[in-house]
Design a protein around this ligand. Sequence first.
Ligand code: NDP
Length: 290
Amino acid sequence: MELIDGNNTAAQIVAELKAEVATISGRKPCLALVRVGDDPASVSYVKKKDQTAAEIGITSRVILPPVSTTQAELLALIDQLNADLSVDGILVQSPLPKHIDELTVFRRVSPQKDVDGFHTLNLGKVAQEDDSGFVACTPAGIMELIVRSGVKLSGKHVVVLGRSLIVGKPIALLAMQRKPFANATVTVCHSQTADLPSITRQADVLIAAIGKPEFVTADMVKPGAVVIDVGINRVPDATKKTGYRLTGDVHFPSVAPLCTKITPVPGGVGPMTVAMLMKNTLKAWRLAHA
Ligand code: NDP
């Protein structure tokens, strides 16, 4: 079994981006990070994104509207950022408070600044295999991790657990693209799938993105499979200072010995998501300067 090291791969991408940004004279790429309220996971994600931007030389602007912000106020803020020529990319951290409709917010971000890749136009471009748009950061990071760790998808059976717009659907579309590093046969499973283990056991590459701690157990995995664990779950743990530990959607101790390759949690897909956000921000800067 080989660990797919997301920290290492993300660090390589960050170094590549840093070298590219260093060649930019004049205004550097700028990313607006909008976090509504104080959801603890969102606080740590936005902090990490802000730090990584600084490391690369990308300017970041962290905007923290209070949890009481109305949808109209948030949309007005997005309009302002859309119109601001000094901002290349806009990220609105999910989840948003319950009184705000996420899809409406995602669709309001200008498609040219949609570095999160959640706008209808950018998701549509993924389906049309049009590379001019932005691919959502987590699925883009998964593909990059797969390619850079030498896993070949062509002709393989990829089973995706989860059908969210953020992970499940776009990763399924990417894996089935007519590209030499994709070309997979893809099955997507969700909460209504009957006899899930019989399907996951067929996977050459199993991508778990369901948000259920340690859901995927050894009986659900074919020996020799590659497993990509997207889940980031906080499980109460009294032995930790924070009072919780992070775990994936895969029961790592029992599944890892069966796999040829597997991503750990933390240190797998998570850091790749941040790296791809930075890559998208540089792409947005290039679009603004084209
Ligand atoms: P969502 O809650 O939006 O979607 C979960 C999906 O899993 C749904 O399609 C749901 O099915 C399916 N599902 C839930 N329970 C089951 C079950 N028992 N059997 C089969 N399918 C099931 O989650 P996200 O896609 O946003 O996130 C998934 C996980 O990935 C989370 O742990 C999240 O924290 C993590 N994540 C990690 C990121 C990273 O950077 N590494 C980035 C984004 C997310 P249905 O559609 O029927 O409800």
